[in-house]
Ligand binder design. Sequence first.
Ligand SMILES: [Zn+2]
Ligand SMILES: [Zn+2]
Ligand SMILES: [Zn+2]
Length: 359
Amino acid sequence: MKLFTCSRCGNLLYFENVKCLQCKSELGFVPEERALDFIDPIDDQRLTYISAANGKTYQKCRNYYEHAVCNWMVDVEENEEFCIACQLNRTIPNLSIGINKELWNKLEIEKRRLMFSLLQLGMDVRSKNKDPKGLAFDFLADHDESFSERDRVMTGHADGLITINISEADPVQREKMRTSMEEHYRTILGHFRHESGHYYWDQLIQDADAIGEFLDMFGDEDQDYSAALARHYREGPPENWKEHFISAYASAHPWEDWAESWAHYLHIMDTLETAYSFGIHIEPRTLNGDNLAVKISFSPYMERDFNTIFEHWLSVSFALNSLNRSMGHAHAYPFVISPSVVNKLDFIHKIILKNTERI
Ligand SMILES: [Zn+2]
Ligand SMILES: [Zn+2]
Ligand SMILES: [Zn+2]
């Protein structure tokens, strides 16, 4: 993630901010510039604004001015009510019920982080509402009127539609799920990243030249998906799964292996960009510190060689985990990446570079 600055007063901003805490300016994120900066109203009803990011005229996304669950802007010439992130919503939770709005807000915050990474990677992000090959989100609760008590909403992806059970935004429920699934890591952002991986597999691999290399690396994707998942939940992962997979769940089926690897690729790219934005320089004060010494002097989105990205990631994740432990938190990145997983991440990196014609 980039680090944002209010260009009116120089204050540093968080991606989620709607107001500069120092100069009180209203803020808006302009997706095409990937910039969060102050916005100035240009009409009395505060319907349109000049963005300091590029001097163009924007309006707030409808989810910004109506529900305060978004801080993105829409170019007035696009004639859209919603920003490019909110245009992907097909179903939002019933806001008249309990804490649904709060849960939805948490989902939107993390969804925009996913969107930011996809835009940084140059990925095509189209709304399924306009194009059948596009992407859409259903944010559903287990007990919406449309569902019987017995129906549980399954978080997952099918043909460009990503369904998220909004209980994932409730930390108590999510922690219950995490422990019952024996996972070391479970976050809303992780869900978004994982499910987007299934969508981009359809776009980038399924009918593309890359399918051959995919099969060699991830295995036969023709094997029965439901049976593979049932086996995984019944028997658990193979004993040596850590040699080949980033997580136990990745061993369930090649599609899940891809989606898990894709999610980790996005974790790494986003976190390294943050480290780069802060000018992080790691120089451990130990006898063997040279092994971990790195200066994050490049944005990972500009780096073509994944091994360079990975070497920097080893140092950053080690430091990050140690900082987290100092605060009494669990490791921020509780994973060990084996050489065969590095190959999978390298494959994803090359596919994305090729897709965006950066190689
Ligand atoms: Zn300011
Ligand atoms: Zn929006
Ligand atoms: Zn999946």
